[in-house]
Ligand binder design. Structure first.
Ligand code: HEM
Length: 503
């Protein structure tokens, strides 16, 4: 495809039907004379209308508005002591990558700069299949159990009666879910309104397992640090940009790559010895917590560079399908319940959103060959020829290798099946890390903006009782933070209600 999207000098190809047959006109329907009716036999017109009526696939239920680009990941450090993943086997190796960035709550067409976490989804086309790391621009998340995810998302989307988004609904959920405060503090800081996708970090967020060639296991976290530097909009700048250019982030990424100003991120890993997990001061599998860097210092292991725009947005970005379940040998899940829930959810939603054989589409197709026993289904075009359709078989069908590719795992104590919280570690609570963020990580300006953003959001139609409950939770994060919010909301004279204090 030409770089120049303007008129071209050479003669364009003849228009055809989708069956490849030359079309008679780009302008006129087939009618009985100039004033007569349109004929049913104008199958070209009918086909155009039918195709148009079916142009949309369902949008993603979350992360609907986004954009993306292709590039590569280059390994710069020897990580073989920790993982046997083939694409991480040799320093210098480059692996092709697709990246998609997104907002979470808004629909297609929603303004890019609204306050929201940003998706940071990566697909590595490795020689052992596709590896998808489907993260956000925040190292933590709002909830720690997958059964709360749907309720959380509902609270961020639209009211059933008005069809409008509602700050009251959002704070109602958050103030009843103390585990969300750490992520809410990040969301309400200026990191909730990144200037562009190039100017934010990406995090795998969950804890994952790495396994080396000897079968030794470690726990890891991924941090993609922007080489462009962190830059955020203030709330006012982000709001102004909604009107000026609702597609600002999508346009920015496209233009940067078009101008060959390729965005890059440095991959830093935190690595925790397998045995540390049981006694670490925080539950290391709790997605609402970070691992403080002084406990597990990040190690730089590679670069992510985006250097090619999609040629067709629908085919390569809208139909892109990422799944946290796509992990290659040498990489595995952890006991993080959110991650374990996500291992089911994404393939299922792709089957609904795109179709049974979505993994055969060029953007999703593994570059390493597929030898599976799944067959048929709507729109299948890749097949195994006369390969046997069942295993075991005597006719040369593919054979799994349980020794080389055993499922990664961990020992689980024998226990009653129950609905209960994860094991509590000594320093686990819902406020300690948010308080540390507020007091020790944020600058005075960051704190001022955080308070202004929280107050602006909570003053937007949030009921008094919800405001009070939220302030009572902020008090447990930091008394100064709570007092400053309460004063600006006019709650200063009122003591937080007892039942909220007890949360
Ligand atoms: C139990 C928790 C979660 C569930 C059930 C869930 C489910 C989903 C679903 C159904 C989609 C739409 C996928 C599509 O239609 O293509 C999605 C997209 C996405 N989710 Fe989650 N999600 C969860 C938690 C998270 C977390 C914790 C993160 C980040 C750390 C995350 C990051 C993303 C991203 C980046 C996308 C967009 C992927 C793309 O660009 O296509 N999700 N999620």
């Amino acid at each position: 495809m030409s770089d120049d999207h303007g008129p071209r000098a050479e003669r364009p190809p003849v228009t055809t039907t989708d069956a490849g047959i030359p079309a008679a006109s780009d302008e006129h329907s087939l009618t009985v004379g100039p004033g007569g009716p349109i004929l049913l036999q104008d199958h070209y017109l009918i086909q155009k209308m039918q195709a148009f009526n079916r142009e949309r696939v369902p949008e993603r239920v979350v992360h609907a508005k986004g954009g993306g680009a292709f590039g590569y990941f280059q390994l710069t450090a020897d990580v073989t002591p920790w993982t046997k993943a083939a694409f991480l086997g040799q320093v210098g190796t480059r692996t092709r990558v697709l990246a998609r960035f997104s907002t979470v709550a808004g629909e297609q067409g929603y303004p890019d700069t609204d306050r929201d976490p940003r998706g940071f989804a990566l697909k590595f086309y490795t020689e052992e299949g596709n590896y998808d790391l489907v993260g956000n621009n925040t190292p933590v998340f709002f909830v720690r159990d997958p059964s709360k995810f749907q309720d959380f998302i509902h609270s961020q989307k639209r009211m059933p009666d008005t069809g409008l988004r509602s700050s009251n609904m959002q704070w109602d959920f958050w103030s009843l879910s103390p585990e969300s405060l750490h992520q809410v503090a990040i969301l309400m800081s200026d990191r909730g309104t990144p200037r562009t996708w190039r100017h934010m970090n990406g995090y795998g967020s969950h804890t994952f397992m790495w396994i080396n060639a000897e079968g030794k296991r470690v726990w890891v976290k991924y941090h993609f640090k922007t080489e462009q530097g962190i830059q955020n909009f203030t709330a006012a700048e982000a709001k102004a940009m909604r009107a000026e250019d609702p597609d600002y982030h999508r346009r920015d990424l496209h233009q940067a790559i078009e101008k060959k100003s390729y965005p890059a991120w440095r991959l830093e890993m935190q690595i925790m010895p397998f045995e540390d997990a049981a006694t670490y001061r925080f539950n290391p599998f709790d997605l609402t917590k970070v691992w403080p860097h002084r406990d597990y210092p990040p190690i730089t292991v590679g670069w992510l560079v985006l250097d090619r725009n999609p040629e067709n947005f629908f085919a390569e970005i809208e139909q892109a399908a990422f799944s946290p379940a796509n992990m290659v040998p040498g990489i595995g899940p952890s006991p993080d319940r959110m991650l374990l829930g996500r291992l089911f959810s994404y393939h299922d939603t792709h089957l609904h959103r795109i179709g049974t054989n979505y993994e055969q589409l060029p953007v999703n197709r593994p570059r390493s060959g597929v030898h599976s026993y799944n067959k048929d289904g709507a729109m299948r075009y890749a097949d195994g020829g006369h390969q046997p359709v069942y295993a075991p078989n005597s006719y040369g069908g593919p054979q799994a290798d349980p020794l080389r590719f055993a499922d990664p795992g961990w020992l689980v104590e024998t226990a009653e099946i129950a609905r209960s919280a994860s094991a509590h570690h000594t320093e686990d609570d819902d406020f300690i890390q948010a308080g540390h963020l507020y007091r020790d990580v944020m600058s005075a300006t960051d704190r001022r903006h955080l308070i202004g953003n929280i107050v602006g959001h909570m003053a937007d139609g949030v009921e008094r009782c919800v405001q009070e409950r939220a302030v009572a939770l902020w008090r447990r994060v930091d008394p100064d933070l709570a007092t400053r919010i309460a004063e600006r909301l006019g709650l200063a004279a009122r003591r937080a209600p007892v039942e909220a204090d007890a949360l």
